[in-house]
Unconditional design. Structure first.
Length: 169
């Protein structure tokens, strides 16, 4: 117990924290952090307390979670994201984001420290996340319900389609 207390006191108060892969849980969606290529962290500073770190499985979760916090505009708040190629932590605000086919929560963004043609800035990445969230509501049952409704509609259309052979009978 004393060792745990001492290690907690010696944890740095800035920068990303150590992630326990397949054990730590995303603060927003509650999924286990398992892909180090897309993880994100937010270090925040509650008034009168030591800094705290929230961990996320995707930059989209981090951005949406941060937006709901009362201290979201605190300039001391640090946002870290993994470089999708080598898993090194980089400052999310200065990172460039490339569109990928997949990421843990399907926001489809990979972070990297250098800009490349077509890469998004942090603000553009936030706009992309908002667009994906509005289009698919990734974190809710609304997506599952919408897909179920679409399948029912397709089935209705398939069953109600009149074929030429049916009209002559």
């Amino acid at each position: 117990m004393l060792l745990a207390l001492l290690s907690a006191c010696s944890e740095p108060q800035t920068g990303p924290a150590e992630v326990r892969w397949d054990r730590d849980i995303c603060e927003r969606c509650r999924m286990v952090l398992s892909d180090p290529h897309f993880a994100a962290q937010i270090r925040y500073f509650p008034p009168g307390k030591r800094s705290q770190v929230a961990k996320f499985d995707d930059i989209g979760c981090a951005v949406l979670w941060l937006r709901e916090q009362p201290w979201k505009d605190d300039p001391k708040t640090e946002i870290w994201v993994a470089d999708y190629r080598n898993k090194n932590w980089i400052d999310a605000r200065s990172a460039s984001y490339v569109r990928l086919k997949t990421s843990p929560m399907e926001y489809g963004l990979g972070a990297q420290p250098e800009s490349t043609p077509g890469a998004l800035t942090f603000d553009q990445a936030i706009a992309h996340i908002d667009e994906v969230e509005e289009r698919f509501n990734v974190h809710g049952l609304q997506l599952q319900e919408r897909l179920r409704q679409q399948a029912l509609e397709r089935e209705k259309l398939k069953n109600s389609t009149v074929t030429p052979a049916q009209t002559t009978q």
